[in-house]
Design a protein around this ligand. Structure first.
Ligand SMILES: Cc1cc2nc3c(=O)[nH]c(=O)nc-3n(C[C@H](O)[C@H](O)[C@H](O)COP(=O)(O)OP(=O)(O)OC[C@H]3O[C@@H](n4cnc5c(N)ncnc54)[C@H](O)[C@@H]3O)c2cc1C
Length: 285
């Protein structure tokens, strides 16, 4: 019998398990992950940006978590010798409308206690000769890292502390009883006192397995990235973002320096035919 079973070996599941194991060293905690390695979905397919918290509603949990999370992510990378760079980010306004939206973001950053500098078009060009705009916001705290490596390290620390991670262990059914939960994974039924679902893109399916009446369904959108030719690896000195359109739930296509020195441009947002499909022809009927 386990005390806590966590479903999902992305960064959310593994870090939740690690935090719980640190706080409750005598509890039996296990992560069940359907893939053969951690971080094979969103966590291993993102821009690798350590966000400073520019976009979030002041006073919200997101604003607070993002700011504290950025500090903790960098200190975790330092402590465990994981790659990171605090290269800063520049949000570029290319016309008057974006400039007005930029001022709203600037006010939000100030309310969130995030250090920013407003740049004129000329100052922007001095910092980034290949970029032009009518003005920009410079956010020095933003950084980059490799979230797959962070998750692998967290999994290693979890196991050192006595926790378990079982790979190739897809959860197929969940039955809740008065004091315990039965989790069917492969041909095995595992008993636990508590279950925490951290299934990323499968969140709605896991909720339905638990017979929870939910009012949402995940519609997959795929973000496509392109890698710039290596001759442009040193063309940009910061992460370059557009000023987001407040009507859209995306941050916009950005130029991202990766920790391996390459530069990507993306992501767009294309309706996907498969939840965890990363090629444009992946289908799941
Ligand atoms: C295109 C894109 C770019 C992004 N860029 C950034 C960025 O630059 N910086 C940033 O901070 N965030 C970024 N994000 C967000 C970030 O990637 C996610 O918030 C984060 O990775 C979510 O982690 P997770 O553990 O919840 O999900 P996931 O990493 O998807 O993990 C969920 C895990 O659950 C497992 N699972 C699901 N169902 C089952 C089951 N039935 N049984 C067993 N296991 C199961 C899956 O196999 C998977 O490993 C980006 C997201 C996207 C889509």
């Amino acid at each position: 019998m386990y005390d806590v079973i966590i479903i999902g070996g992305g960064i959310v599941g593994i870090s939740t398990a690690w935090q719980l194991q640190n706080r409750f060293p005598h509890k039996h905690i296990m992560v069940l992950e359907k893939e053969p390695h951690p971080a094979m979905h969103q966590t291993g397919h993102n821009s690798g940006v350590i966000h400073a918290g520019v976009y979030y509603q002041p006073g919200s949990l997101k604003a607070d978590f993002c700011k504290r999370g950025a500090i903790q992510t960098i200190s975790f990378c330092k402590e465990h010798d994981l790659p990171y760079q605090q290269c800063g980010k520049i949000l570029v306004a290319t016309n008057r409308l974006e400039y007005e939206r930029m001022k709203v973001l600037e006010a939000r950053c100030i309310q969130n206690g995030i250090e920013i500098r407003r740049l004129s078009g000329e100052e922007l060009e001095k910092r980034e000769p290949a970029i032009s705009g009518v003005g920009a916001l410079f956010v020095p705290a933003t950084g980059i890292t490799d979230y797959r490596k962070i998750t692998e390290k967290l999994a290693e620390l979890l196991v050192e502390r006595g926790g378990k991670v079982r790979f190739g262990a897809e959860v197929k059914a969940i039955h809740e009883h008065r004091d315990t939960v039965d989790i069917l994974s492969g041909s095995q039924t595992i008993k636990s006192r508590y279950v925490i679902a951290c299934g990323g893109l499968m969140a709605d399916r896991l909720a339905r397995m638990m017979h929870i009446d939910i009012d949402f369904r995940i519609i997959p959108f795929r973000g496509e990235y392109y890698q710039l030719p290596a001759k442009h690896n040193k063309t940009f000195h910061h992460l370059i973002y557009p000023i987001p359109d407040p009507e859209m739930p995306f941050l916009g296509v950005h130029l991202t320096r990766m920790v391996d020195g390459s530069v990507t441009v993306g992501p767009n947002a294309v309706l996907g035919w498969k939840r965890e499909g990363y090629g444009c022809l992946n289908l799941d009927l």
